[in-house]
Design a protein around this ligand. Structure first.
Ligand code: ATP
Ligand code: MG
Ligand code: FE
Length: 339
């Protein structure tokens, strides 16, 4: 099926077009620059930007895919989780397209879409696989018997998400917003063993994470340096912080594979774009005999293709379409794949 996917859960207006597991177009308009001076995404600003970007981004995606509205078999849209007002813009647009074109509508889970997107790059997902979802709002380990019908939580962060920790540490270091990409870059010039930052829940035997203690430890370390009048070695702090995060993430991801006898690990979400996470995951998977799948960085951060990918999977699995009074649910649980 040819599926048009619409994503507006945060600050990216994403529109993707896929045919089955083939990516035809992935158009994005981001309002990130408008949020930067506030140090974080401002919901009202994001909603307004989605409204302005929606029609041109849909048109751009169709053009890029070389298809017409009439060729589209189904519309998929992120129904949650995310910012309530931002989600509403996408859901309203998707309903309008579905109604005007007379095509079925699928309201899908943004988190499951971060997992499903990998099919566009590496083909059908092994069943089951373990998925580590690491993003701005979530950090979870999931057992995924079937991304269209069955996603089970194995563990999650008990406080901050991994991406949130990157964003907060970047702010402490004065590196701007969003923090992930700039810390990733800075860390390349630093020593990851320079500072021994704490690794929360490292040996607690659970599949949960904790990043708030690490974030506080970095802030205290930087403050102490500033008080003493010595320069802050930004690259070393970035590299040591990043290492603490990816060390715990990869350790727990492989523990999840081991405990559940699963040989395929998928890493998705914005933090999966991190170069050190990708390298360490590859190294540890290789040593453990686990096959690793990570989408290319552009498909890890929010985009419309991921929504179209999950929509196509739902169509293929014979899922019942959503009603035209489909709500947006800002707190949609990861287990609800389709609304
Ligand atoms: P969620 O998916 O939980 O709703 P979100 O959609 O806001 O949250 P994503 O777009 O999936 O999040 O990811 C954004 C997060 O990824 C931000 O916190 C950002 O700092 C982080 N990020 C992006 N690139 C990198 C990178 N190279 N290294 C580390 N973190 C990164
Ligand atoms: Mg974003
Ligand atoms: Fe996301």
């Amino acid at each position: 099926p040819l599926v048009l996917g619409i994503e507006t859960s945060c600050d990216e207006t994403g529109v993707g077009v896929v045919r089955g597991t083939t990516l035809l177009a992935d158009a994005i308009a981001s309002s990130v620059d408008e949020h930067a001076r506030f140090g974080g995404v401002v919901p009202e600003v994001a909603s307004r930007a989605h409204l302005e970007a929606m029609t041109p981004t849909v048109e751009r995606a169709l053009l890029e895919a070389g298809v017409a509205f009439d060729d589209v078999d189904a519309i998929a849209v992120t129904a949650g989780p995310g910012l309530a007002g931002a989600l509403l813009v996408g859901v309203a647009a998707a309903k309008a397209y579905a109604l005007a074109l007379g095509k079925p509508l699928y309201g899908v889970n943004h988190l499951a879409a971060h997992v499903a997107v990998d099919q566009l790059e590496h083909g059908p997902l092994p069943k089951p696989c373990v998925a580590m979802l690491v993003s701005g709002g979530h950090s979870s380990l999931l057992l995924v018997p079937d991304v269209a019908t069955d996603v089970r939580p194995l563990g999650a962060t008990v406080d901050d998400a991994a991406g949130e920790a990157f964003d907060k540490v970047a702010r402490v270091l004065g590196l701007g917003f969003p923090g992930g990409p700039v810390i990733d870059r800075m860390a390349r010039d630093g020593a990851s063993a320079a500072i021994a930052f704490p690794r929360g829940k490292y040996d607690d035997g659970t599949l949960d994470f904790s990043f708030s203690g690490l974030k506080t430890a970095v802030a205290r370390w930087v403050e102490a340096r500033e008080r003493s009048g010595e320069p802050v070695p930004v690259a070393d702090v970035a590299a040591s912080f990043q290492e603490a995060v990816v060390d715990v993430l990869t350790r727990k991801a492989l523990a999840a594979c081991r405990e559940h006898g699963v040989k395929d690990l998928l890493v998705g979400g914005g933090v999966a774009a991190n170069s050190r996470l990708r390298a360490l995951a590859a190294e540890r998977c290789e040593a453990a005999g686990v096959r690793l799948r990570v989408p290319r960085p552009g498909l890890c951060t929010d985009n419309g293709a991921m929504v179209a990918a999950l929509g196509a999977e739902l169509v293929a699995s014979g899922a019942v379409p959503s009603e035209l009074d489909l709500p947006a649910d800002s707190a949609l649980p990861v287990t609800t794949i389709r609304l």
